[in-house]
Write a new protein. Structure first.
Length: 340
């Protein structure tokens, strides 16, 4: 008799992503103790030895609740009991701009980056599910930030680190939360329900408990699955357009203007920009702004649209101010991006 269907589904998802890793490599699961990441930890502990891989587990103590240290210790014990080695926790300080959710996310990833670097990890597995993907798509839709945002979370992501990069994998994007809970029950694992996941002060929680249920009630069942499917298709489109934009950027970049006496860092030829489709052209403009130093997290569509008008609706207008203390302006048949 085989494993419970929910356990089998999670193990299969993990098995598929492990198949691409080199033999003997170390993998690490990021586990909060919630049902999603706990089911992932159980599946990794089962699959990694069978794939000839090492597997460890890590939990991040954000310090946002009383008793968070004790909770982290309990998660570490569970990871060790599963046979994950090493198993440990890292305490982080949550502060910075962008609200509590964003600050916690940044602190968490920074800690995971450092741990992966220290341990020489080939991949870190994250427990995001199809439901998380649907929420991400709705949040992106509300921001109006384009196809890349609506493409949701990628199944694989590389983050630069001090020693190179860390590969993050999301094996569970095709599975829902209900499957994760059933898998935990079948594996004898008791998940911890973070009270922050029910706090309506957080935008994602309101999407989870209010927006998505209303959509399911109004439109019909299967909304989360449809949103996740849309994300997959938009990701393919966005990848194709980004590839075209990267080639166009390389072709239109004017190296003679880089680090000029006036301090401009990036110059793009306007004549070539005018010939591009808007979907490609705006991506080129965004790339140029980011290359010049504008923070991608705060560079919004309204900024890119204003720069685009320097190409498509040029009437001698002045500069466009960009996040990061930069400006974009048109001169000598070029768009110049640099410090104010």
């Amino acid at each position: 008799m085989g494993p419970d269907p929910a356990v089998a589904a999670v193990r299969l998802a993990v098995r598929r992503v492990l198949a691409d890793l080199p033999a003997g490599a170390m993998t690490l699961v990021a586990c909060s103790g919630g049902a999603d990441s706990l089911a992932l930890a159980g599946a990794l502990a089962f699959e990694a030895p069978r794939a000839g891989l090492q597997a460890g587990g890590i939990t991040i103590d954000h310090g946002l609740q009383d008793g968070s240290g004790a909770r982290a210790d309990a998660v570490v014990r569970t990871l060790a009991d599963l046979g994950l080695d090493p198993a440990g926790s890292v305490a982080v300080t949550v502060d910075g701009e962008g609200g509590m959710e964003n600050a916690a996310r940044n602190a968490r990833y920074a800690a995971l980056d450092r741990a992966a670097d220290r341990l020489g990890v080939a991949a870190v597995l994250l427990g995001h599910t199809r439901d998380d993907q649907a929420e991400t798509v709705l949040l992106g839709l509300a921001r109006g930030s384009g196809a890349r945002s609506l493409a949701g979370m990628p199944p694989a992501l590389k983050r630069p680190t001090a020693r190179g990069h860390v590969l993050y994998l999301r094996p569970l994007l095709e599975l829902d939360r209900a499957t994760m809970r059933r898998a935990c029950l079948a594996m004898g694992l008791e998940p911890w329900d973070d009270p922050h996941n029910d706090d309506p002060a957080y935008t994602r929680v309101r999407v989870r408990h209010r927006a998505l249920p209303v959509l399911e009630e109004t439109i019909g069942p299967g909304v989360a699955e449809a949103l996740a499917r849309t994300a997959r298709m938009l990701r393919d489109d966005a990848d194709a357009l980004d590839g075209l934009a990267a080639r166009a950027y390389d072709e239109l970049l004017d190296d003679a203007f880089e680090h000029s006496a006036e301090g401009h860092t990036v110059a793009i030829r306007v004549d070539g920009l005018e010939e591009l489709h808007r979907a490609v052209r705006t991506r080129v403009l965004r790339m140029a702004a980011v290359k010049a130093g504008s923070p991608p997290g705060t560079l919004a569509a309204v900024h890119v649209d204003a720069v685009d008008r320097l190409v498509t609706a040029w009437h001698g207008q002045r500069q466009v101010d960009l996040p990061g203390g930069l400006r974009a302006f048109r001169r000598y048949g070029r768009l110049l991006f640099g410090p104010v």
